[in-house]
Write a new protein. Structure first.
Length: 292
């Protein structure tokens, strides 16, 4: 069954979008900033994973953990250097800075290592095929999906069951009140960037295994699509980012399946336009009155 196969492919792709979208939505939920450099953190994660596997001879899980750790530190550095000085600036100043940081990372990477693409080795994960309902599904797709789901469940545990998670929710709700209650707001914001960037780094390694080819500008389109996924689910809402990412991946795969593969990148932005027209707050969002 072609449909089942495309559905599995769509969910695997969507889980990658969901991991990146979580970083967007967490940062927006706390400091109301769209961190457009997030797609480039994803790219850095893909390269760290690649060099860990090919240069250091690591297997998949150690490479994934290393990429997450490096991206986590990288995300905190971006926040401390580029965004923290603009904490009380206008939203547009922070947004322009985010775009500047994004371009700096992309072309800094090209300057350091060149623009040539790299290819992930195909033997990192054992590749076998399963036949379910007449569809041929690779073990790699299921492995990618399983890893993504575990990371998402882990994030939900951190947000709802740990001290830093409670601090993040408090700062998201009211930063000033959280500060008065003794919560270190700056450290909480840094922790949010660290967790979101670690998930983007994991998505980069998973993306490299799934699509093989990686290059310095690879973060642009997945980054924008993950942003669409975050808006689709309701930006600032963690379950919304997960559902939005999975939905977008499935929609893309089904568009390719019916013969419109040239439209697979465009469909994300059609979805964005439709959601902004008909449900601006996203699937999980609530319309909130804002005092002017």
């Amino acid at each position: 069954m072609e449909f089942v196969q495309q559905l599995i492919n769509g969910i695997s792709l969507g889980s990658i979008y969901a991991l990146i979208a979580l970083g967007y939505t967490m940062v927006y939920g706390i400091i109301k900033l769209i961190n457009f450099a997030h797609g480039d953190v994803f790219m850095v994660g893909a390269f760290v994973g690649f060099y860990a596997i090919t240069g250091l001879g690591m297997s998949f899980f150690p490479a994934l953990l290393l990429a997450m750790a490096v991206c986590s530190v990288f995300g905190v550095l971006i926040e401390r250097i580029a965004y923290k000085p603009l904490r009380n600036a206008t939203r547009i100043a922070a947004l322009i800075t985010a775009i500047g940081v994004s371009l700096f990372i992309e072309y800094g990477t090209i300057y350091v290592r060149g623009a040539q693409p790299e290819a992930y080795p195909g033997d990192v994960l054992p590749s076998t095929s399963f036949h379910i309902f007449g569809a041929t599904i690779s073990s790699q797709s299921l492995f990618i999906l399983g890893t993504s789901v575990v990371l998402m469940v882990l994030l939900q545990f951190i947000v709802h069951k740990t001290k830093i998670g409670k601090a993040m929710r408090a700062v998201s709700y009211d930063a000033e009140a959280a500060r008065l209650m003794g919560i270190n707001v700056d450290n909480t914001i840094s922790a949010t960037f660290a967790i979101g960037s670690a998930l983007a780094g994991a998505a980069g390694v998973i993306f490299g295994l799934y699509y093989i080819k990686i290059e310095p500008l690879m973060g642009i389109i997945p980054g924008l699509k993950a942003f669409v996924a975050a808006v689709l689910g309701g930006i600032g809402i963690i379950p919304g980012a997960m559902v939005g990412g999975l939905l977008l991946g499935v929609i893309e795969s089904l568009v390719s399946a019916v013969g419109y593969s040239l439209w697979r990148d465009g469909v994300a932005f059609v979805v964005l336009i439709l959601i902004l027209i008909f449900r601006p707050s996203g699937l999980f969002g609530k319309n909130v009155r804002e005092k002017v």
